[in-house]
Design a protein around this ligand. Structure first.
Ligand code: 5AD
Ligand code: SF4
Length: 458
C-alpha cells in the first residue's frame, strides 16, 4: 500500500472549480492522498484558480506568497511540500506562473486533471511539471468518481458537470480560451453519476456548465439529447427530489427547456440567466447575440410556463463605450424584471479578449459609481422578493446545522437560505416551512408540519 499523504485543495471562482477540486481529490485518493482542511499540514497544496476578472487572478498570486512560506517552513523541517496551480489561471498563464512564482512545482490546466498523479511523480523527479494542453479525449473518462464515504461527507446537495467550455466568445470573457470549445458529457455517464449520488443520500443535483443550456451530449441511442431531455431523464432517478442547472445563455433557452419548467415538478423555479447589460448597443459590442427584447421575450415565456419563477442575473458595468444612457437602460431592465438577486461586476479587461483592445475604456471611478447604483437597485429588489415570502409556506431542503444551536439551515425552492429551529435529524430531508421573518440575505421560518418519517419517529 502507498503511504498516506495529505492534500489541501483551495477553490477559487465558480462552482465548476468546486466540482473539479472534488474530482482531483477523488483521483488522488487511490494514490494514498487524504484530504486535509488546513494547508499547514499538507504534503500537496493545490490552488484551483479563476481567471475571470483581474482581481480573481491576482488573488492567486497573493495566496501563492503565503503557500511559499509554508513550503519554506516545511523544508526547514526536512518535509517536502509540493505546490500545484490548477484551473483557469494555470490554463491561461502556463509556464509564466513558475517564472512569477518559482515555488510552484506543478501547473495543470483545466482539461488535464486526470494526469495529476503523473505530474506529481514528474515534479518529484524533475523539479517542475507543466501540462496545459487541450487533449482530444475527455478528462471525465479518466477522472475517478468519489467514494461513497466522500459523497456522504459532501452533503445532500451536489453539483454535476454536464457541459464544459463555450463557443459564444462574448468580447469580455476568457472562458472560451481557458475552458476551450464547448463539449457535453454523454447522458448515460451523467445519469450513472447522479444515480450513485442518489444512492449515497444526495437529493438535490445542480447540473453545471459554462453554457449549460447549450448541452447536447450523446443520448443512449447515440443521438444528441437536449438539456430538457436530460433533466426529464434525471427527474426519474429514485431519491432525486430537486434539480437545478446553471449557468445559462438566453439564446439557448429552447422551447423544450422552458416547457420543462412547467412539466417537471423536480425542476426548481429559480433560474440564473445572465443578461450582462440592458443596452442593445452594449449587448452588440459584447457579442451577446441577443437584444434586450429577445431577453425579455425569454423571460416572459418562462414566466408563462412557471409563474413563480425567481430570476437572477449577472451584470457588467463600464464595458468599453458604455455611456450614461446605456447604463440607464441596464437600470431600467432591472426595474422591469424584478430579480430575486443578481451579481454585478466592474468590467475587467482580460488579456486575449476583444474587449481588452477596445479603445473607449471607461474610467474606473465611473465604473465604481455605476456599480454602486446597480447594486443598490438589486439589493432593493432582493429585499422586496424576500419580504414577499413572509407568511408563505414552501418546501425547504435542510442541508446543515444553522448559525445558532437548535437551528438548521436549508434552501427554499427559490434558492434562499432558510433558518429554522428544528431537530438536526431533519438534515437531508425536505420539510414544509412557513416563513416568519426576513433579513437582507436570509429567511427565518417555522416547520409547518413534520414530514411523515420524522412524525412516525423513524
Ligand atoms: N469583467 C467583468 N466581469 C466579467 N464576467 C466575465 N468576464 C468578465 C470581465 N472581463 C462576469 C460576467 C459573467 C460572470 C461569471 O462574470 O457577468 O456572467
Ligand atoms: Fe463567457 Fe458565458 Fe459569454 Fe461563454 S456565454 S463567452 S462563458 S460570458
Amino acid at each position: 500500500m502507498k503511504g498516506t499523504r495529505k492534500v489541501f485543495v483551495k477553490s477559487f471562482g465558480c462552482q465548476m472549480n468546486v466540482y473539479d477540486s472534488q474530482r482531483m481529490t477523488d483521483t488522488l485518493a487511490p494514490e494514498g492522498y487524504v484530504e486535509t482542511a488546513t494547508a499547514e499540514d499538507a504534503d500537496l497544496i493545490i490552488l484551483n484558480t479563476c481567471h475571470i476578472r483581474e482581481k480573481a487572478a491576482e488573488k492567486v498570486y497573493s495566496e501563492l506568497g503565503r503557500m511559499r512560506r509554508l513550503k519554506d517552513d516545511a523544508a526547514a523541517n526536512d518535509r517536502r511540500v509540493l505546490i500545484a496551480v490548477a484551473g483557469c489561471v494555470a490554463q491561461a498563464e502556463g509556464k509564466e506562473i513558475v517564472r512569477r512564482a518559482p515555488a510552484v512545482d506543478i501547473v495543470v490546466g483545466s482539461q488535464n486533471y486526470h494526469h495529476l498523479p503523473g505530474l506529481i511523480a514528474r515534479a518529484e523527479r524533475e523539479g517542475h511539471a507543466v501540462n496545459t494542453e487541450f487533449p482530444v479525449d475527455d478528462k471525465f473518462d479518466h477522472l475517478a468518481g468519489p467514494s461513497r464515504a466522500a459523497m456522504r461527507g459532501r452533503g445532500v446537495t451536489a453539483f454535476v458537470t454536464v457541459q464544459e467550455g463555450c463557443d459564444k466568445f462574448c468580447t469580455f470573457c476568457v472562458v472560451p480560451f481557458t475552458r476551450g470549445a464547448e463539449t457535453s458529457r454523454a447522458a448515460d455517464k451523467i445519469s450513472a453519476e447522479v444515480e450513485r449520488l442518489a444512492d449515497a443520500g444526495v437529493c438535490e443535483v445542480t447540473l453545471i456548465g459554462q453554457n449549460v443550456n447549450a448541452y447536447h451530449g450523446a443520448g443512449p441511442d447515440g443521438r444528441p439529447w437536449s438539456l430538457a431531455r436530460l433533466l426529464e431523464h434525471l427527474a426519474r432517478v429514485r431519491g432525486i427530489e430537486r434539480l437545478r442547472y446553471t449557468t445559462s445563455h438566453p439564446l439557448d433557452m429552447a422551447d423544450d427547456l422552458i416547457a420543462a419548467h412547467r412539466d417537471l415538478p423536480a425542476l426548481m423555479p429559480q433560474l440564473h440567466l445572465p443578461v450582462q447589460s440592458g443596452s442593445d448597443r452594449i449587448l452588440a459590442a459584447m457579442n451577446r447575440r441577443h437584444t434586450r427584447a429577445d431577453y425579455l421575450d425569454v423571460i416572459s415565456r418562462l414566466l408563462e410556463s412557471r409563474p413563480d419563477m425567481a430570476l437572477s442575473s449577472d451584470f457588467i458595468v463600464g464595458f468599453p463605450g458604455e455611456t450614461e444612457d446605456d447604463f440607464a437602460a441596464t437600470l431600467s431592465l432591472v426595474d422591469e424584471i424584478g430579480y430575486s438577486g443578481a451579481f454585478s461586476f466592474k468590467y475587467s479587461p482580460r488579456p486575449g479578449t476583444h474587449g481588452a483592445e477596445m479603445t473607449d475604456q471607461v474610467d474606473e471611478a465611473v465604473k465604481s459609481e455605476r456599480l454602486h447604483r446597480l447594486q443598490h437597485a438589486i439589493d432593493y429588489q432582493q429585499a422586496a422578493f424576500n419580504r414577499h415570502c413572509v407568511s408563505r409556506t414552501f418546501d425547504v431542503l435542510f442541508e446543515r446545522p444553522g448559525r445558532h444551536p437548535g437551528q438548521i439551515v436549508g434552501r427554499s425552492p427559490y434558492l434562499q437560505p432558510v433558518q429554522v429551529e428544528a431537530p438536526s435529524s431533519l438534515i437531508g430531508e425536505i420539510a414544509s416551512v412557513t416563513i416568519t421573518e426576513v433579513s437582507t440575505n436570509s429567511l427565518f421560518g417555522a416547520l409547518a408540519r413534520q414530514p411523515a418519517l420524522a412524525a412516525a419517529g423513524a
